[in-house]
Design a protein around this ligand. Structure first.
Ligand code: ADP
Ligand code: MG
Length: 249
């Protein structure tokens, strides 16, 4: 079971869009996939058609032995979801002293090839739990001027978690998102990011694509909503790269 966290404490960099569509394409490639929605806003949960989940990750954290009853099928065959519910917002307080809560929960889960975790936009206790539970991280970077801003803080937190809680944690890759190839700025940002991170940056670059922003309101991942869109082919390429990298590690 490969456990991959999608992290960046900045909001609006396409963590959720990446978590949902990567998970859907991994499932389409024949993987058994579980998406854990660790963001109390629940955007990944609703993007996969589970809008009114009453119970989910919050309850499962309290009752790891009963986790199965909180996992739900999604609109995408092969992709199950452990939904976020609003009470997850309060879990930050409980998890502050318990960075291993999500790891313990994952230890009671079996039967999946890939677990994708959508992290919230902060470096708080929920994200620390994601870092402590994941084996690999994918960092989405918005292809804009401030793309690298805040990354030093993220990397410091990752190192602290590696030392104290999770020595196996590694960055699987960095993915450029919302890329607008018509602008010089986006191309300059791509050059800078590739210089900075080298081969860690995925070859797949996610273009700015209106279909990707529309899909959640139809409660479908992009492979179902607009399979012929540029956004779909980009996330499909990313999913193939992720499978290759996971096998190499
Ligand atoms: P995060 O989870 O990091 O806060 P989201 O995935 O919610 O970011 O994305 C922020 C907003 O940008 C959402 O409205 C989403 O639909 C939109 N978005 C994300 N990726 C793209 C893209 N490649 N093209 C167009 N809109 C996008
Ligand atoms: Mg999000």
């Amino acid at each position: 079971m490969n456990i991959i966290g999608i992290v960046n404490q900045k909001g609006g960099v396409a963590k959720t869009t990446t978590a949902v569509n990567l998970a859907a394409f991994l499932a389409e490639q024949g993987q058994q996939v579980l998406l854990l929605d660790m963001d109390p806003q629940g955007n990944a949960t609703s993007a996969l058609g589970l809008r009114d989940a009453e119970h989910g990750l919050y309850e499962a954290l309290g009752h790891p032995g009963q986790v199965k009853q909180y996992i739900q099928p999604s609109v995408q065959p092969g992709l199950s979801v452990l939904p976020a519910t609003p009470d997850l917002a309060g879990a930050g307080v409980e998890l502050a002293d318990d960075p291993d809560a999500l790891s313990r929960l994952l230890a009671s889960i079996a039967g999946y090839d890939m677990v994708i975790i959508d992290a919230p936009p902060s470096l708080g206790p929920l994200t620390v739990n994601v870092l402590a539970a994941a084996q690999r991280l994918i960092i989405p970077l918005q292809a804009e001027y401030f793309a690298l801003e805040g990354l030093a803080g993220l990397m410091e937190t990752v190192e602290r978690v590696q030392e104290a809680l999770n020595p196996q944690l590694k960055v699987l890759g960095v993915v450029l998102t919302m890329f607008d190839g018509r602008t010089n700025l986006a191309q300059e940002v791509e050059t800078t990011v590739r210089q900075h991170f080298g081969p860690l940056v995925f070859a797949a670059v996610i273009p700015r694509n209106v279909r990707l922003s529309e899909a959640p309101s139809y409660a479908q991942p992009i492979n179902l909503f607009a399979p012929n869109s540029l956004g779909a082919s980009a996330y499909q390429r990313l999913a193939k790269e992720v499978i290759q990298r996971v096998e190499k590690f």
